[in-house]
Design a binder for this molecule. Sequence first.
Ligand SMILES: [Zn+2]
Length: 128
Amino acid sequence: MSEVENKVVPVEGEEKDYVEDGKNKLIVKCKFCGSKILDKKSAKYMTLEKELPLMQQDNNRKEGEIQNEAVNEFYHVENMYTFENIGFTHTVANCKYLSCADCDAGPVGYYDMDTKHSYVAISRIVHA
Ligand SMILES: [Zn+2]
């Protein structure tokens, strides 16, 4: 059985209650342990379609298979030192996946090794 997925596709220009002046209005935290990932207004809101591996892979999947989902909303972090806490996992192509520095939950986004910019998936964090 698959989990209920958040399939809301954002409309361009629509006001989000967690975005102010194009930035994250609230503190960004790990969904699982509450560790602080980003401070208020430290990252830019953007829409972009990117496939990320599911945080919880189905145990019945085929061996070696990775289940992905498309994520549409991100916080764009240009400088990795902007993060309060973040972990990096394995490298795939020219990306590293971001994970929670405290509980290793992830991927919560990805780091582009060419541009050195990071993208935090809004569907995978909580605001506080
Ligand atoms: Zn965590």
